[in-house]
Design a protein around this ligand. Structure first.
Ligand SMILES: *Cc1c(COP(=O)(O)O)cnc(C)c1O
Length: 388
């Protein structure tokens, strides 16, 4: 819910922009931190969800580590004050340049996704006279019951090594003098709301942790990834993800051996609810079959609906305070200005009768929103506005 004061403030800024509720971000981070601390769990923030400087500062200040998927994210995380011994570097296509940069920065761990990558890191570390900490990203073949566009833990996905390749991984590790295996890593998908998927993950992690122990490896870190979902349908009633229930599943089902640490890599659940994309209605096009609200924001500012068929709640802030029994509701296809037919935030959105100049909020846009903005159609860089 936006207060009238907030709406008045938003009216004075030029649309489109992302509006960040920094208080909600802070509350979310503290809730997560408290829930994780209860079990001594380590949390790394997945920078790719949102690398807005103010967001990074807030997250860094609660003491989380960083989960990076590019060399530039590794550099940014350290620039923003994340401790280098809490930085992990994942990704299926790390370049030599990125690996070298991360070796120079002495990060905590590389999450390695193939046997060939192990050999490359071993060579590059050797050339620097260094020993690299690695964790093997294993594809556990667990169905996350999430949208197939964002599932990552099945054998058909490009990520990680498959279980049948593990003997080759063990053989390679024994022959790589510049690698130090510290952990096993998993990430089964994103926007996971069915906690049973994590329960199934725990069962697989337990089996694989035993397998590595039998092979004589000392696995210090069980990194179970991220993926906790948020409520896109009720951003006000359910504005902080249930971190306590999430961590409890791992506490209940993960077998942690003496000396082992459990690490998480949360992105979306930490940042999704703290931002909305704010746009203005440019034109109202009423047709025989369809009514369109044409906004001044489109897929260049928020591509999730077009890329993953993602749902976002859409609200007309200007009509919010007009008493509902007076206002008439109309179904609109809410679209952007970009020259693509897919540039539609959602079809048949029931909204109060809207007019040119109305302020529209597209909610739960803090994760995979601003970071995926593009300059397609030579659009301006989307701006940000922050709560005080
Ligand atoms: C994207 C990603 C995450 C974060 O996923 P969320 O669904 O945003 O929590 C964690 N780990 C890895 C390896 C990732 O690629």
């Amino acid at each position: 819910m936006f207060t009238q004061d907030t709406i008045n403030r938003l009216k004075s800024a030029e649309t489109p922009f992302y509006y960040y509720d920094l208080q909600l971000l802070d509350d979310t981070l503290k809730t997560c931190r408290t829930a994780a601390d209860q079990y001594g769990y380590h949390v790394h923030y997945a920078l790719k969800a949102n690398f807005n400087p103010k967001v990074l500062q807030a997250i860094q200040s609660v003491g989380f580590g960083a989960d990076c998927v590019s060399g530039n994210e590794v550099k940014a995380s350290i620039q923003y004050g994340f401790s280098k011994d809490k930085v992990v570097f994942a990704g299926v296509g790390k370049t030599d340049r990125e690996i070298n940069a991360a070796l120079d920065l002495d990060i905590f761990c590389f999450n390695v996704e193939s046997v060939q990558e192990l050999l490359v890191i071993n060579d590059l570390a050797g050339a620097k006279g260094k020993k690299a900490n690695v964790a093997i990203r294993i594809n556990p073949n667990v169905d996350a019951h999430t949208h197939h566009f964002i599932t990552t833990g099945l054998e058909e996905n490009k990520f990680g090594v498959n279980v049948w390749q593990l003997p080759d991984v063990a053989f390679t590790l024994r022959n790589c003098a510049n690698l130090n295996l510290i952990g096993i890593h998993f990430h089964i998908g994103s926007q996971i709301t069915d906690l049973d998927a994590f329960k199934n993950l725990c069962t697989r992690v337990n089996e694989l942790s035993d397998w590595f122990a039998e092979q004589g490896f000392n696995i210090k870190v069980l990194n179970v990834g991220g993926g906790l979902g948020v409520n896109y349908h009720s951003p006000d009633e359910d504005n902080i993800a249930n971190f306590a229930a999430y961590f409890k599943v791992f506490n209940d089902f993960l077998q942690v051996k003496a000396g082992q640490e459990v690490h998480f890599e949360l992105g979306r659940a930490l940042v999704a609810q703290c931002a909305s994309l704010i746009a203005s209605v440019l034109y109202v096009k009423n047709g025989k079959k369809k009514n369109f609200l044409v906004l001044d924001a489109g897929m260049t500012e928020l591509i999730r609906p077009m890329l993953y068929q993602a749902y976002h709640q859409i609200e007309n802030l200007s009509q919010q305070l007009i008493t509902t029994h007076n206002s008439q509701f109309t179904n609109y296809d809410v679209v952007g200005p970009i020259c693509e037919s897919t540039d539609c935030f959602r079809k048949d959105v029931e909204l109060p009768e809207s007019v040119r100049g109305d302020l529209i909020a597209i909610r739960t846009a803090g994760a995979y929103g601003e970071v995926m903005a593009s300059h397609y159609n030579l659009r301006d860089q989307v701006q940000s506005v922050y709560s005080e």
